[in-house]
Write a protein that binds this ligand. Sequence first.
Ligand SMILES: [Fe+2]
Ligand SMILES: [Fe+2]
Length: 270
Amino acid sequence: MIIAVIGDVVARAGREALDLYIPKLKEKYSIDGLIINGENLSGGFGISKKIFEEITDKHHIDAITLGNHWHKNRDVYHLGYENEKLVFPGNAWNLKKKNISAKVITLKNGNKLGVINVLGQVFMHPENDSPFLQIKKCLEELSVKAILVDIHCEATSEKQAIAWGFAEQVSFVYGTHSHVPTLDHRILKSHTGFVTDLGMTGSYDSVIGMDIKAAVKRFEGDSSSKYKPAQDNLWMPTILCELDHHSGVCISLKRLVFTDSGVKEWDPAF
Ligand SMILES: [Fe+2]
Ligand SMILES: [Fe+2]
């Protein structure tokens, strides 16, 4: 089966990019499931109930993972920890609820897929629990072989270490949070797909999704300059992960990038 995975969808521009490009994705590729990271869906920070309901319904999204901004819109509490499509980073300093980092979803073809979401520790909140221990706990609870893991981390080294640490145990480990798509997608030990970061969906002409002028001012030292989401030139970086749902083996990965001039594809370099 083929699962399309999309990283941090940022604000209105991100939602508009989904509206533009998901129909094109589904028209060109046969997909069995669609998973996105939704920590930036609502104004760039968090997820609202209205947006959750609108986009899951419109695009038939199977699961939404979150990140360090999971709590920035209080509506998330109305959606609830037990929401079957929402996967929380349960090792976050402000969560520490061990049973919400993994969900098993049933795809439209009837196949079951485990989805795990964890936060990193390096250059992130010092009180986040270990992502390694969190994933181990999740794997003890899951009874399926096909498992995707969203590792929401700042450090590329931590992402690679987690992926190698769980090679042959899960189907696909993918990074989110840094908002920059990487082209290092590969299959580890002939079993586990990996990419350092899926990249953000939203405005291409931006600083990781935020307005360029506001971000430049802020980095120049003007702390009164507030981040606001950018809107121009939409793109949607995506990875297609083909996996065997009985064994959990990742068969192939393909990097796609949708822009207004079409879609580009890249196979792994090796
Ligand atoms: Fe993000
Ligand atoms: Fe993040």
